[in-house]
Structures are given as C-alpha cells and as structure tokens.
Write a protein that binds this ligand. Structure first.
Ligand code: ADP
Ligand code: 5GP
Length: 189
C-alpha cells in the first residue's frame, strides 16, 4: 500500500510571507499542494473563489461548522477561516503532501487532532520588517494593519509550540530550509 502523505502546518503572523513561500514550494513539486480554506472575509483584488479561498457568507460557514466539515476553524480579525477536512484527507490518502497555511489558533487545534502533522512557524526577522511588508503589500487599510500587528504579538509568543521555526529574512533561504525539513521527513518514512 502507498504511504500516506504528510500534513504540514505552516503558520505565522499576517504579512510574514507564508503565501509567498507556499507558492514557491508548490511550484517545484506535483505531489505537494496548499489546502484551499473557506472564509467569510471579503475577497481582495488578487483572490479567485475556489482557488485562493472558498468565499462563504456567515450563515454558510456556520452551517459547515454544524455539519462538521472542518478539520479546524478560527475567528481571525472578525472573520471565520476554516480548513475543509474532506479535500485534505483525500490528498493525504493518495500519498500527496498537503500544506495548511493557517493562523496560530487553528494550527494549535490541528497539532492536537493530528499529532503526526509537521508544524512550521514562519517568523519575521523583526517587528518593523513585518510592518513594512504588510504596508507594502497594500491589501489592508491602516486599521486592519494595526489589528494584524496586534494579533502578531500574541502569535509570535506561541512559536515555541511548533516543531520548527523558520525566519523569513531572505526568501530563498527560508524556502530552502523548509524544503530540507520536508526532505528529512520523507527520509524518516
Ligand atoms: P502572508 O501570506 O504571511 O500574509 P505574504 O506572502 O502575502 O504574507 O507576504 C507579505 C508581503 O511581503 C508580500 O508583499 C511579499 O511579496 C513580501 N515578502 C514575502 N517574503 C519576503 C521576503 N523574504 N523579503 C521581502 N519581502 C517579502
Ligand atoms: P488573509 O485574510 O490574509 O488571507 O488571512 C488571514 C490569516 O488567516 C492568515 O494568517 C492565514 O494564514 C489564516 N488562514 C487562512 N486560511 C485559514 C484556515 O483555514 N484556518 C485558519 N485557522 N486560519 C487560516
């Protein structure tokens, strides 16, 4: 029987570079993908429904919670975010690896439910860099940036709970470090 795939949790504060890192990781491998989450937040210009997120109303999301459709879900800055469980399990069963790019509360829930998942915290070189990246990304208002930076302080205090901490200073170094973590994981199986 084919080995099951590995579930990776990749989290860290908003603006640290998780999305950028994930794009680079999946570009190089056919058997690695990022789970598409559901959310109630409004789509941004670069979002496509069903590709970056499944965009849901509050009622739709709450029905999915009731129907037990999520591996985990959390409220982040006033919006729901959650990982649809069926798609993740299907890929793992086919022997593919899956990345959950999720915030810290959800990550902690997955660590409890799936102790075999490999958790990686992406940290910024410093708080000022995080602020500059969020500001330069230009996708949030000043108010939303302030909220995200506030959330970041709490998120950074949880990094010790993860299997690995990777600092995203130079992007290619951070990507390479995660590829090495994944390679070592494959060798262990
Ligand atoms: P997240 O998904 O964690 O919210 P993003 O991937 O959207 O973060 O990255 C936030 C911003 O920082 C983007 O504009 C991205 O291009 C930039 N960025 C990501 N990694 C780096 C890096 N290592 N050096 C400089 N800028 C980066
Ligand atoms: P954004 O609004 O910037 O796309 O995402 C905000 C935060 O929600 C990010 O930290 C992102 O990783 C996280 N997130 C995205 N999808 C999920 C999910 O399914 N579950 C949880 N818990 N967090 C998510």
């Amino acid at each position: 029987m084919k080995n099951k795939g590995t579930l990776y949790i990749l989290s860290g504060p908003s603006g640290v570079g998780k999305g950028t890192i994930c794009k680079q990781l999946v570009k190089k491998r056919d058997d690695l993908s990022v789970s598409v989450s559901a959310t109630t937040r409004a789509p941004r210009q670069e979002d496509t429904d069903g590709v970056t997120y499944f965009f849901k109303t509050k009622d739709e999301f709450e029905k999915m919670i009731k129907d037990d459709k999520f591996l985990e879900w959390a409220v982040y800055n006033g919006n729901y975010y959650g990982t649809p469980v069926d798609a993740v399990n299907k890929k793992l069963d086919m022997g593919e690896d899956v990345i959950l790019e999720i915030e810290v509360q959800g990550a902690l829930k997955v660590m409890e439910k799936r102790p075999d998942a490999v958790s990686i915290f992406i940290a910024p070189p410093d708080e000022e860099t995080l602020f500059v990246r969020l500001k330069n990304r230009g996708s949030e208002t000043e108010e939303q940036i302030k909220n995200r930076l506030n959330a970041a302080k709490d998120e950074l205090s949880k990094k010790g709970k993860y299997d690995f901490v990777v600092i995203n200073d130079d992007l290619s170094v951070a990507v390479c470090e995660i590829e090495n973590i994944m390679k070592n994981q494959k060798e262990k199986m």
